[in-house]
Every structure is written in C-alpha cells, then in structure tokens.
Design a protein around this ligand. Structure first.
Ligand code: GDP
Length: 195
C-alpha cells in the first residue's frame, strides 16, 4: 500500500531541521499514553517502528517516518505531560505552531482520542490550534477493545459534539484498536487516499 521503505527518518527540534517538503504528509497528535505508538506500529505493520519516538530525548521532537516514497508520517510529541518543565512545554508548543502553520504539504492531522475517555481539555486545545492553523483534522479513537458498547457510543457522541465546534474538523471518526485491528485498514486507506 505504501510503495517503498517505511522507516524512521529523523527527529526535528526546529523548523530548520525539517526534511524537504517534497511529498504529502500526515501528522498524528494525542495525549501521552493514548496509544499513538501502538497505532503507528499497527498501521505500518512494523512492530517497533514508533519506539523511536518514545525513547528518552525523542519525546519532545517532531518525528518523521517515511511511508514509502510518496508520504511522510509525522509523529507529534504526546501532550499532557503535567510534569514537563514549563520552558520545555513552551518551546515545543512554539515549534508545533510553526510546523502546523508552515508546512504546505501537510494534508491532514489525525487527533487520537482514547475511546474510554473521550475529548479532554488538552484535546480541545489541540483542536483549537489545528483549527486556527487551518489544518484539516480527523479524530481517530483508540483502544476500542477496552470499552463496552454503551461507553463507546456515549464517547463517540461526545466527540461528535466537540467536532461540531471546529470548521477544520473532518466529520468522519475512525474507531480503532491496535490490539484487535479494528479500523486500522480504514485509517491506512484514508492516508493512502490523500492526494
Ligand atoms: P503512546 O504513549 O500514545 O505512544 O501510547 P502507547 O502506544 O505506548 O500505548 C500506551 C499503552 O496502551 C500501552 O500499554 C499499550 O499496550 C496500550 N494500548 C495501546 N493501544 C491499545 C489498544 O488498541 N488496545 C489495548 N487494549 N491497549 C492498547
């Protein structure tokens, strides 16, 4: 589906370090522990690919992966680390803003939301930022295998209500489980379909 190598390319701490904007890219954002690494691994069929993003020192970087020759997958730092020093948080927020508003080849942001928890205040913040940056974003709900149907339906409704407030939101939500494979093919096809 992604012709060519799928691999970690580089971690970036400043706009000057960005790889050339020579192909379509998508980015993944989400609270720490939302299941982002697991989903990237499931999506690419590479068991430990996204481990690169979670190694100490890489967690504050914007991490670029190749999805074949034609696409980049960009792993944004997990947000919501209360213990991160204020100066560090401010620094990566500035980089994040620059990236989101200055990357011409960025086609879509995927905002990961834990199916158990729904949209939290920090998720609202990232949605606002994406909206202000005019980046189309789509919600991907994670860990669907961990909830019963009632919680699932309630939290889908909660997410839909939150999305209604943001013009940049893509209305369709993708429900996923990296554990069971639900939605992974849908997400893969969505990325492959972006031009
Ligand atoms: P990250 O911090 O967002 O990269 O989150 P990880 O991918 O490291 O996942 C955090 C925890 O949730 C780990 O213990 C994973 O095994 C678990 N996890 C991630 N995705 C799923 C899933 O789809 N189902 C279940 N049951 N657990 C998951």
């Amino acid at each position: 589906l992604f012709a060519g190598p799928v691999e970690f390319l580089k971690g970036v701490v400043a706009m000057s370090g960005m790889p050339p904007a020579d192909r379509i890219e998508v980015c993944f954002a989400g609270r720490s522990n939302v299941g982002k690494s697991s989903l990237i691994n499931a999506l690419t069929g590479r068991k430990t690919l996204a481990r690169a993003s979670n190694t100490p020192g890489r967690t504050q970087e914007i991490n670029f992966f190749t999805l074949g020759e034609e696409r980049y997958l960009v792993d944004l730092p997990g947000y919501g680390y209360a213990e991160a020093p204020v100066a560090i948080v401010a620094k990566w927020q500035a980089l994040l803003k620059q990236y989101l508003s200055g990357r011409a080849t960025l086609r879509r942001a995927f905002v990961l939301i834990d199916t158990r928890h729904g949209v939290k205040a920090v998720d609202e913040e990232i949605m606002k930022l994406l909206n202000r940056s005019a980046v189309t974003f789509q919600v991907v709900m994670t860990k669907s295998d961990k909830v019963n149907n009632a919680t699932r339906e309630a939290n889908i409704a909660q997410v839909q209500a939150a999305l209604a407030k943001h013009p940049a939101a893509y209305p369709e939500i993708i429900i996923t489980s990296s554990e069971k494979g639900e939605g992974v093919e849908t997400l893969r096809a969505t990325i492959a379909g972006l031009v």
